[in-house]
Write a protein that binds this ligand. Structure first.
Ligand code: ATP
Length: 248
């Protein structure tokens, strides 16, 4: 049987600055325990979709003006990002956003604070992050700003993990990273999914790698979903090959 739907985005419209209509009725679903990719070119609306879910639009002067977003059947449009974290939904923003002057470990500890873990739980959460990211353990006393781009992306994901999420919204994890590091990061995403049951909604311009790791994909163009399907079906689709995978 199909797993229950964890996140249900239904016909959302997003307007920036009261005038710019950026999402024109986007619907998508993330079933429990699945990795779902949100694909499309620069500017298609991927980041906006993630921000709508995690309620991070306000700071950008954006508003959801139509549609509904449900997480485990609860309407979540009015919840703050912190309330979403309490329910297990955590966003990793594009561009990584580490605290450059703090150490890697201090960055990770900042993630625990969002879910108010006790001291023992925090230590346990930290060890769990280091299990998935041995590199971060080696670098734990380094200033985050001096670590590599890949390590910063790992720190950002590790920080999200500190809040024991059920679902991670991951924005463009491959951005600016060498192919080998991208592969390493996606393998960790897969491990987290398989071993911890974390569900992912991940925005990616790199269609090729996203479809190799995701179960299902949605392709956005100009604020609309133009195609969706199982990852292997999308990879085999002639239009996807021509326009998104660069093979024809
Ligand atoms: P990227 O890969 O660049 O993140 P994306 O698919 O995530 O692309 P969005 O960042 O969601 O796309 O942007 C969608 C559209 O919304 C673009 O046309 C962009 O210029 C516009 N946009 C994004 N943020 C704002 C904002 N704060 N104010 C006005 N317009 C915005």
């Amino acid at each position: 049987a199909a797993p229950p739907v964890l996140l249900d985005v239904n016909g959302i419209e997003v307007i920036y600055n009261h005038v710019i209509l950026v999402l024109k009725g986007v619907s998508l679903q993330v079933p429990e325990g699945r990795i779902v990719a949100l694909l499309g070119a620069n500017g298609a609306g991927k980041t906006t979709t993630l921000r709508a879910v995690s309620n991070l639009l306000k700071g950008e002067r954006g508003d959801v003006t139509k549609g509904q977003i449900r997480y485990r059947d609860e309407r979540v449009e009015r919840l703050s990002p912190a309330e979403l974290v309490q329910r297990g939904v955590v966003q990793v923003m594009e561009g990584r956003h580490c605290f450059a002057h703090l150490t890697v470990e201090e960055n990770l500890l900042a993630g625990a604070y969002t879910r108010r873990l006790g001291r023992g739980d925090t230590q346990e959460a930290l060890e769990r992050v280091y299990q998935y990211f041995p590199r971060l353990k080696q670098r734990r006393t380094s200033q985050a700003g001096y670590t590599s781009g890949g390590e910063q992306q790992m720190t950002a994901i590790g920080r999200a993990l500190m809040a024991s999420p059920n679902m991670i919204l991951l924005d463009e994890p491959s951005m600016g990273l060498a192919p080998q590091i991208v592969e390493e990061i996606f393998q960790i995403v897969r491990d987290l999914n398989q071993r911890e049951g974390v569900s992912f909604l991940l925005a990616e311009q790199n269609t090729n790698i996203a479809l190799r790791y995701a179960d299902y994909g949605y392709i956005l163009e100009n604020g609309r979903v133009v195609m969706d399907g199982a990852a292997d079906a999308l990879s085999a689709n002639e239009d996807v090959k021509e326009f998104y995978l660069g093979i024809s």
